[in-house]
Design a protein around this ligand. Sequence first.
Ligand SMILES: Nc1ncnc2c1ncn2[C@@H]1O[C@H](COP(=O)(O)OP(=O)(O)OP(=O)(O)O)[C@@H](O)[C@H]1O
Length: 271
Amino acid sequence: MSSAKTSPVVETGLTHLAVSLRGVTKVYDNGVIALGPLDLAVRKGEFISLLGPSGCGKSTALRIIAELSAPSSGTVRVARHEGVPQPGHGIGFVFQEPTLMPWTSVRENVRLPLKLAGLPKAEARARADEALASVGLADFAEAYPRELSGGMKMRVSLARALVTDPDILLMDEPFAALDEITRFRLNNDLLALWRSLRKTVIFVTHSVFESVYLSQRVVVMTARPGRIQADIRIETVEPRGEEFRTSAAYSDYCRKVSAALAPSYSGQSTL
Ligand SMILES: Nc1ncnc2c1ncn2[C@@H]1O[C@H](COP(=O)(O)OP(=O)(O)OP(=O)(O)O)[C@@H](O)[C@H]1O
């Protein structure tokens, strides 16, 4: 499979895994050693969070999985269906900033990946509307981004990532800029979507609380260059909700994840 300086390609040999990184490193052209060696296996349909100190290479890891950046060494394998419409390659990406086009409607923003993939307009419109309905914005297709709240813009960004029906959803601190109430609500809605769509989700966050609430596994990374510091399974009854958020089990997991992060902030700063 893919090796140093090559991109991951369609991989049919990964039966249970959605993503497999082995010994992956990234050295940027300016000499910054951003990542690794990183070993990470994510099962199909799993929801994992990547947590780690600022600059430890979380975004770099997502970008490598999404083929937006090539690894410097190591093996990257990404499972996806063949024949997925381009672009997107079976991967949806949600960034911290919603990055919507301000001059056009919410529907047109969501339709963009399908337009670029050359889908007929009527079909693309129908799929965009379906994606908008799945994030609770069925009534806002004609609205412009300036008419939406921050949380609604993020929902549009999520709909745009889902519109190509990707197997894997990569989310890079999507809710970091939102107020806590909106964030809690989006957390619940994201979990409901994940339960119904069963996508593989790799979610980058700085929040211990958010990572524990959302994930089946929290992967804690070391300071740069990022490696795996701890891999913590969150075993709870599903579906999660306020009962879990206020439970002793939740507090215990948060303590455990915080303890795994401690070496990153109690040692000498690498920033
Ligand atoms: N294109 C680039 N060229 C050079 N260095 C880069 C580039 N992108 C990232 N870096 C560096 O690589 C390191 C890892 O960056 P990355 O954005 O992956 O970290 P992160 O864990 O996502 O950070 P944060 O949590 O602050 O968003 C940082 O030191 C960053 O400055």
